[in-house]
Design a protein around this ligand. Structure first.
Ligand SMILES: C[S@@+](CC[C@H](N)C(=O)[O-])C[C@H]1O[C@@H](n2cnc3c(N)ncnc32)[C@H](O)[C@@H]1O
Length: 235
């Protein structure tokens, strides 16, 4: 397991006082989620959550490259150990940028979805490097659409907007000015707390199509066609 993945998991789950303190004083995330992102696509008996190391995802089979509490199956998203057409819903949130061959991952998502099932794919577009365990590339909505194969696009948009991009870059930039992890952590605390109120500007900016030029994370909802059934109306 890489150090970044370990840190991600530790910061979420550890009950040691030092980690509890770090969670308590850490600034709010520099982002707000777009309230217009749809969430209400149906779940079924079997649902798949990709890349959920350290997270509890009730109702899903949680698959990750690393074995950790919360992970049900250790596997590479490019070679999923499940039969074709098993899952009603697949969640793939901030995983494809870490996969060397994201097209192969999308083909596996397409394969394991049942006809009529939905995949929710979220990826960063303008976002600093983050290695879990590696960070290969960025995607916008046309890039996700181009990889969707036979899956139909039923909804697409920006989850987090230009202000999230700006604040994430400023925080990483200021951290670069300081030597050593302790100074960088202090810079993160100071800049994070000072700048986070600006994140609410995205509630305005995310309504503008031009926000795509600095979008932070985008989403698509994709549906596997059912043979002989008409496509649903796009959102
Ligand atoms: C940025 S984290 C995703 C966080 C998670 N979606 C969430 O929002 O809490 C990326 C995760 O994808 C996992 N991952 C990276 N490459 C993978 C691969 N090829 N197959 C399966 N999981 C992978 C990493 O171990 C890590 O847990």
């Amino acid at each position: 397991m890489t150090q970044n993945t370990q840190q991600l998991i530790r910061s979420r789950n550890s009950s040691r006082w030092i980690h509890r303190l770090a969670r308590w004083i850490s600034p709010p995330a520099p982002l707000v989620m777009n309230p217009a992102e749809p969430r209400d696509f149906p779940l079924g008996r079997w649902n798949l959550y990709l890349g959920g190391a350290g997270a509890r995802v009730p109702g899903y089979v949680n698959v990750d490259l690393v074995a950790h509490p919360g992970v049900d199956t250790v596997a590479d998203v490019k070679i999923l150990p499940f039969p074709t057409g098993l899952f009603t819903r697949v969640e793939c949130d901030a995983v494809l940028e870490h996969v060397r061959d994201p097209e192969a991952a999308m083909r596996e998502i397409e394969r394991v979805l049942q006809p009529g099932g939905f995949a929710h794919v979220v990826t960063p577009f303008c976002h600093p490097l983050h290695r879990y365990p590696e960070d290969y590339r960025r995607f916008n909505i046309p890039a996700l659409q181009a990889m969707s194969g036979s899956l139909e696009l039923v909804a697409a948009g920006w989850r987090t907007g230009p202000t999230a991009t700006l604040l994430a870059v400023v925080i990483e930039y200021v951290k670069l000015l300081f030597p050593g992890n302790a100074w960088r952590a202090a810079a993160h605390l100071a800049v994070g707390w000072l700048t986070f109120p600006l994140r609410y500007l995205d509630l305005i900016l995310l309504r503008r199509p031009e926000a795509a030029c600095l979008g932070n994370h985008c989403y698509v909802w994709l549906r596997k066609p059912e043979a002989g059934r008409p496509s649903p109306t796009s959102r």
